[in-house]
Design a protein around this ligand. Sequence first.
Ligand SMILES: [Zn+2]
Ligand SMILES: [Zn+2]
Length: 151
Amino acid sequence: MRNSQAEEIFRSFLKAGKNRITPERFEVLDAALDYDGHFGADDLYIIMKNANSRISRATVYKTLELLSHCELLSKRHFGDHITRYESSFKRQVHDHLICVDCGRIVEFADQRVKKLPADISEGLDFNFESYSFNIFARCKEPKKCKHFRDK
Ligand SMILES: [Zn+2]
Ligand SMILES: [Zn+2]
């Protein structure tokens, strides 16, 4: 699915940074916005390849970085050394709780978390930019936890 509003944002961003505007970059944009959830660069590359795209792995990596700089994507680290991305286009700001047993990721938005980083920055005499916040926990309900299901 093509999203012309997101394409316009990306086009202006590329222009402003004197980056080349290529159809491949918009192909990555569309695939990334279509992805439901959190993905690594290789996940997206494989999906695009399976859909017969001629995209190169390097272009996928580079374009995902550009998309996170222009804030159409958010970059996430869930404690396993893999960089993941997710669409932040028309999405509410949220944080993540990750089950350390099964890897299940639950998204949540909590006003307390939202306010705290800006308050702390202000108190320490900084202008707030961004924050990352993950909770690592264990599913209480064994039935919901793949880790226990697979045993
Ligand atoms: Zn998320
Ligand atoms: Zn679990």
